[in-house]
Design a protein around this ligand. Structure first.
Ligand code: SF4
Length: 272
């Protein structure tokens, strides 16, 4: 087991070294062999997730929002259900958000779609080569993720964007199950403090030995957890982006760091 350790990256995306003894990501041949079965398993899991009603408070909220709607979307049929993850089943990069926005993902039926947070996220993913377009407006907008997959800590839109600890714990098994099917993941970006804590909890539940003391959330913090590199980022929420807490350059630096992490793993895999 590789000793876990932490380091930070700057807003410009510069970073210090990663351990050379880490297990590299799967090869291109592995990708072809595993992606079909992973995709089928993820699709089956998605159907389970979208029917979930385990959290009475969140079920009531997501469905109330879907009935009452925001004025500007009053002619649209809201999704009003939980959201499975979205992206490439052979992804090496996992990007974990908090929860669907009431009039974003809860309206459109796809995570980070139809709201300002998604505009920021997918612009950054496009610029880093993880998406085919910078827009994320609806489920049929043509967006395709390459080598990236986006789940959330909670799959239902919570009141005030705040799921409770119990709701997060109830939803975490879905992340664990998705994670188990995403067999090539070797880098995770956690968007915000809650997503960061959720990833740590999920990795621990999956058997990863976590560092002691546990890493604390800080934007740009990079932590190596076994074969996975965890990168912390502020969430691209309106509150963070409009106050300048998170700039586009800061978010770009996070995904540039993720890209370098994947490139380094691929080089090590080829050298073996
Ligand atoms: S938050 Fe998760 S566990 Fe709770 S109802 Fe939604 S999908 Fe189910």
């Amino acid at each position: 087991m590789t000793a876990p350790r932490s380091l930070r990256i700057s807003a410009a995306g510069t970073a210090s070294t990663t351990p050379t003894s880490r297990v590299p990501c799967s090869s291109r041949a592995d990708r072809c062999a595993t992606s079909a079965t992973d995709a089928a398993a993820l699709a089956r899991l998605a159907r389970v997730i979208t029917r979930c009603r385990l959290c009475p408070r969140l079920v009531a909220h997501r469905e109330l929002v879907a009935r009452t709607k925001r004025r500007q979307f009053r002619d649209e049929a809201y999704w009003g259900r939980p959201l499975p993850g979205f992206g490439d089943p052979a992804a090496r990069l996992l990007i974990v958000g908090l929860a669907p926005a009431a009039h974003g993902g809860n309206r459109t039926g796809r995570i980070f779609t139809g709201d300002q947070s998604g505009d920021w996220l997918f612009r950054a993913l496009y610029d880093a080569g993880f998406a085919n377009q910078p827009r994320s407006e609806s489920r049929d907008d043509g967006l395709v993720l390459r080598d990236a997959y986006v789940p959330a800590a909670a799959r239902c839109a919570p009141p005030d964007n705040k799921p409770t600890i119990a709701e997060l714990a109830r939803c975490r098994p879905y992340l664990l199950r998705e994670r188990a099917f995403l067999t090539r993941v070797c880098a995770i970006v956690a968007l915000g403090r809650i997503a960061f804590a959720t990833v740590l909890a999920a990795e621990r539940a999956a058997g990863t030995v976590l560092p002691r003391p546990l890493p604390r959330f800080a934007h740009g913090m990079v932590t190596v957890l076994g074969r996975v590199t965890l990168i912390a980022s502020y969430h691209p929420s309106r509150q963070n982006t409009q106050t300048g807490k998170l700039s586009r350059a800061m978010l770009a630096a996070v995904f540039a760091r993720a890209r370098r992490c994947l490139d380094g793993d691929a080089r090590r895999a080829r050298a073996q």
